[in-house]
Design a protein around this ligand. Structure first.
Ligand SMILES: C[S@@+](CC[C@H](N)C(=O)[O-])C[C@H]1O[C@@H](n2cnc3c(N)ncnc32)[C@H](O)[C@@H]1O
Length: 207
């Protein structure tokens, strides 16, 4: 699954960003999209934030407006080089999300935007456990990703998007009950909201 457009979108940042902007129209535009995970959270300039799977810094750019203590983590050296250029206010770490080079209880907030759908099931479990480990007690995990549409009108555009750009892991995420998975790991799920006819979910969970 997926087409050559997937490779191109990772190779050319302008293409990735244009596609993100277009997809974000379904929730009122990219500015709205990037705020979805942060609604209702108290963040100040000292809040220690991890932008997990930060890519080229698309969400990191928003997080540094709230805190001067933001770390971006990604496995791709190319994405990190772009992130360092695009958002120099954050610190960056090259690592795998399933084995993070951080100690326990380090972050107040872990943020992950449109990346969990790239993970195999076992990998996803490991990553969620790692997020739990690196969060401080009562720290918050906030995420945005795909969800099975609740409004049938949103199925064709989501199916088309996944077919063009995503692999089987994204289709699997649609069948995954993320709140249940988070609860099994020990999180208290505080909020799950659905957007764009249910095709996008936002979850906030407390350690
Ligand atoms: C679709 S991009 C999301 C980028 C950004 N968070 C955003 O909101 O646009 C997914 C990112 O996850 C990263 N990634 C995938 N698997 C990873 C892993 N196991 N550990 C760390 N990063 C990973 C990729 O390198 C890529 O930059």
């Amino acid at each position: 699954m997926a087409t050559i457009l997937r490779d191109w979108s990772y190779r050319y940042q302008w293409l990735y960003d244009s596609i993100s902007r277009l997809a974000a129209l379904s929730v009122g535009g990219e500015t709205n999209f990037r705020q979805l995970t942060l609604h209702g959270l108290t963040i100040n300039s000292d809040t220690k934030i991890l932008d997990l799977c930060c890519g080229s810094g698309q969400a990191t750019r928003v997080l540094v407006k709230y805190s001067q203590n933001v770390v971006g983590l990604d496995a791709s050296p190319l994405s990190l080089a772009r992130a360092r250029r695009n958002v120099p206010q954050a610190k960056y770490v090259e690592a795998f999300a399933e084995k993070m080079p951080f100690s326990e209880n380090e972050f107040d907030l872990v943020h992950v935007s449109v990346a969990l759908h790239e993970m195999e099931s076992e990998q996803l479990q490991k990553i969620l456990k790692e997020v739990y480990r690196v969060l401080k007690r009562e720290g918050i995990f906030t995420l945005v990703d795909f969800h099975h549409p609740t409004n049938f009108l949103f199925k064709p555009p989501l199916w088309m998007f996944l077919w063009l750009f995503e692999t089987k892991t994204a289709w699997r995420l649609l069948k995954t009950d993320l709140p249940q998975l988070l609860t099994q790991i020990g999180f208290q799920v505080q909020k799950q909201s659905l957007h764009a006819g249910g095709s996008i979910q936002v979850i906030q969970a407390k350690k």
